[in-house]
Design a protein around this ligand. Structure first.
Ligand code: NAD
Length: 251
């Protein structure tokens, strides 16, 4: 373990798997105490008994629970907002329910977590908020990702607004925009693509890989490395950015 985050406390949403998990582990490896939360606490079970983690159930759609977590954890220096969901739709097929769910989970949750943890960061004059957006956002379109891209574009707007309003306080807010990253939910999307196109799972995966100019998927650890930089004091002059980590997808 090295110590880029020694003495810091991080709060991570959707830490059960994928980018949230890889980031929680990277933060812990660098010395942070990590409050690892997820809707599904079974996914956190393997971290039980490790003193570097506090494990909690948290539904990122639950504003009251988020506010309460903010009160219970006044020492959070790093907020990592990973919770998000990918719908497959166009403007014509997106339902009201899909719109509400995506905007609530992908964006509104960040509004609530930021409101919950920012005040204490401001009191201390130090903090780093990191929001997971996507290349599919205001940066680039992706077919059949209407509400997803809309919500992830809003994440970039939210990030810049927070960064600007607190620019002189020592609290920074940045977004990360991953390309296509290997994760359990990506596996679900590959299966869904195979089912909807009549292709094999291997052929569907090849379609996801084909959109990555580097010719491969990213790893959650590669996104966590960017998160680690943004969480640490090494990035103290960086705020309001949307850091693209995408294997050239948006090039
Ligand atoms: N994987 C990719 O290719 C990719 C690309 C760009 C952006 N992202 C974004 O990265 C983030 C993580 O995605 P991933 O693919 O790494 O992980 P994932 O989708 O495989 O895992 C999502 C995690 O979120 C948890 N979760 C679901 N609903 C929740 C809720 N209401 N409250 C709290 N937790 C909840 C799940 O239990 C799970 O642990 C998402 O915001 C996603 O949009 C992913």
């Amino acid at each position: 373990m090295s110590s880029r985050l020694a003495g810091k406390t991080a709060f991570v949403t959707a830490a059960g798997q994928g980018i949230g998990r890889a980031t929680a582990e990277a933060f812990a490896r660098e010395g942070a105490h990590v409050i690892a939360t997820d809707l599904n606490t079974d996914l956190l079970a393997d971290l039980r008994g490790n003193a570097q983690y506090t494990l909690e159930a948290l539904n990122a759609l639950d504003a009251a629970a988020i506010a309460e977590a903010g009160l219970r954890h006044p020492n959070v220096d790093i907020l990592f907002n990973a919770a998000g969901f990918v719908h497959h739709n166009t403007v014509l097929t997106c339902t009201e329910d899909e719109w509400d769910f995506a905007m609530n989970l992908n964006v509104r949750s960040m509004f609530h977590t930021t409101k919950a943890f920012l005040p204490k960061m401001l009191e201390r004059g130090n903090g780093s908020i990191i929001n997971v957006s996507s290349g599919a956002s205001s940066i680039k379109s992706a077919a059949n990702r209407f509400v997803y891209g809309t919500s992830k574009a809003a994440v970039i707007g939210l990030t810049k607004a927070v960064a600007m309003d607190f620019i002189k306080t020592g609290v920074r807010c940045n977004a990360i925009c991953p390309g296509t990253v290997e994760s359990p939910s990506l596996r679900d999307r590959v299966s869904a693509l195979a089912a909807s196109t009549g292709k094999t799972v291997e052929e569907a995966e090849a379609m996801f890989v084909a959109r990555q100019p580097m010719g491969r998927l990213g790893t959650a650890d590669e996104i966590a490395a960017a998160a680690l930089y943004l969480a640490s004091d090494e990035s103290r002059f960086t705020t309001g950015t949307h850091m693209v980590v995408d294997g050239g997808w948006t090039l």
